[in-house]
Design a protein around this ligand. Structure first.
Ligand SMILES: Nc1nc2c(ncn2[C@@H]2O[C@H](COP(=O)(O)OP(=O)(O)OP(=O)(O)O)[C@@H](O)[C@H]2O)c(=O)[nH]1
Ligand SMILES: [Mg+2]
Length: 198
């Protein structure tokens, strides 16, 4: 898919209603700090369209990016941010869950996990939600640049095992530093654009 235009169209906070979009939506879910906003910038070849930070908890709203007037990328707040209060975490969790369950145009959910670490309980829960909603499990293993080849193999196997991934699930190693995985993600977005639900 060729990116001709990309702009932040809707920002949705805890109290706002979800937009009634007419275009397919692709959601990016994952722990706080895993690299969701960075991945969106990399895929769109934009330096700082989505705001990123080395401090977890940067994205606190659902941000809808209109791509070519063909589809939306939805940057979600990260889960499992330990510095946030429990009630704030719960509110975010509910907002994310509500969106994933209720959006009529949601066509794919990408689950981002940090390739350096084993998936957490919350990652496992998100993978289960993705299956429950009958989407394909697509895992983007981020920060691939930080691992050596042998560690990488070992950690990918651990992620596949922990998330009970099956043969037909997809795992794409990704790096916002080397741009590894960018073309694969763009190919998946093309599939969504062709109105194929993933
Ligand atoms: N080395 C490396 N660092 C990365 C990569 N992706 C993201 N980072 C760094 O990880 C930190 C968090 O990135 P963000 O993109 O803000 O993460 P996020 O998942 O959007 O975080 P929240 O908005 O808090 O949920 C930043 O310091 C990024 O520079 C990557 O592929 N490689
Ligand atoms: Mg973010």
């Amino acid at each position: 898919m060729v990116i001709r235009s990309a702009s932040l169209e809707t920002v949705c906070g805890i109290t706002s209603d979800l937009p009634r979009n007419q275009l397919p939506e692709v959601a990016f879910s994952g722990r706080s700090n895993v690299g969701k906003s960075s991945l969106i910038n990399t895929v769109l070849s934009r330096k700082a369209l989505a705001r990123t930070s080395s401090v977890p908890g940067k994205t606190q709203t659902l941000n809808f990016y209109n791509i070519n007037d063909e589809l939306y990328l939805v940057d979600l707040p990260g889960y499992g941010y330990t510095q946030a209060s429990k009630s704030v975490n719960e509110k975010w969790g509910k907002m994310i869950e509500c969106y994933l369950r209720e959006s009529e145009m949601l066509s794919a959910i990408f689950l981002l996990v940090d390739m350096r670490h084993a998936p957490t309980k919350l990652d496992i829960a998100m993978a289960e939600t993705i299956r429950f909603l009958e989407f394909q499990l697509i895992v983007l293993a981020t920060k691939a640049d930080k691992l050596k080849t042998n560690e990488r193999k070992k950690n990918i196997a651990l992620i596949e095992k922990t998330l009970s991934m099956r043969e037909d699930d997809i795992l794409i190693p990704f790096s916002s530093v080397t741009k590894e995985g960018k073309e694969e993600v763009l190919d998946l977005l093309s599939q969504v654009k062709e109105e194929e639900q993933l």
